[in-house]
Write a protein that binds this ligand. Structure first.
Ligand SMILES: [Zn+2]
Ligand SMILES: [Zn+2]
Ligand SMILES: [Zn+2]
Length: 258
């Protein structure tokens, strides 16, 4: 499995518009963070998690011309607003794009982007995406397959709402999370690579922060824990020097093979 970090930034992205802080004005390319998303390539099957507002740019930076599935974590704008650019994949693949998420998430996305989900394939002029919403009936824990690939969706706390974490083989993705249940930890047991929310140094009401994410990493014991959804408080080099063995700051374009 090849994992590509398409974006590891928080909802505003880094640099933040108008911000003159040392990280936002840094020349280090690893301090440039698009909104969070990840690409998984597994035996010719391409799975994307979320369609961020930077989705078009992220797709231009990869070589893929086919998306077999989009898994949605939740309906916050920084995770879904690139959805319209799926229409180019309709054209490339000549088929409806399959998306997955629990009923609550997919209902919210369908409501906001109703025009993209009228379940009729595009024909002729390509003005809108053609997307199929696969609703996962159980939000707390649900197992399903995409073209033979086994995927487990599990529930995570995100402030007053919840998000879906995903486990695919020995990889797991936990963005936008501030609490994890014992059940979620049981689902994460044995993962080799875990990409996990770490907003900043100080606590947040809906995201994990450095101290908490490092505690979780000790419990999950993945060979590689990769931090994501990072704000401009984190300078890549400073943060990297502070992290224990096996924990890494993510950066856009990072590739991990497991
Ligand atoms: Zn987010
Ligand atoms: Zn800044
Ligand atoms: Zn969120």
């Amino acid at each position: 499995m090849k994992i590509t970090i398409l974006g590891c930034g928080h909802s505003l992205g880094v640099p933040v518009i108008g911000c003159k802080c040392p990280v936002c004005t840094s020349d280090n390319p690893k301090n440039k963070r698009l909104r969070v998303s990840v690409l998984l390539e597994i035996n010719g099957i391409n799975i994307i998690i979320d369609t961020s507002p930077d989705f078009r740019q992220q797709m231009l930076l990869t070589n893929i011309n086919k998306i077999d599935a989009v898994l949605y974590t939740h309906d916050h704008a920084d995770h879904i607003h690139g959805i319209d650019d799926l229409r180019q994949f309709n054209a490339l693949q000549d088929e409806v794009i399959q998306t997955y998420g629990n009923i609550e998430i997919m209902t919210a996305i369908k409501k906001r982007f109703a025009y993209a989900f009228n379940d009729k394939p595009n024909s002729g002029a390509m003005f809108r995406p053609a997307i199929n919403a696969n609703m996962l009936p159980e939000a707390t824990l649900h197992e399903f397959t995409v073209k033979g690939i086994n995927i487990i969706a599990f529930e995570q706390g995100h402030g007053k709402s919840t998000t879906q974490g995903y486990r695919i083989g020995n990889f797991a993705y936990s963005t936008d999370v501030d609490t994890l249940s014992d059940r979620a930890f049981a689902t994460l047991a044995g993962v080799e690579c875990w990409v996990v929310d770490c907003l900043r140094y100080t606590p947040s009401y809906s995201h994990s922060y450095l101290e908490r994410t490092l505690e979780w990493a000790k419990r999950v014991k993945a060979k590689q824990t990769i931090l994501t959804h990072m704000a401009h408080e984190f300078d890549y080099d400073t943060l990297s020097a502070e992290l224990p063995t096996g924990v890494f700051a993510g950066y856009d374009g990072m590739v991990i093979e497991i």
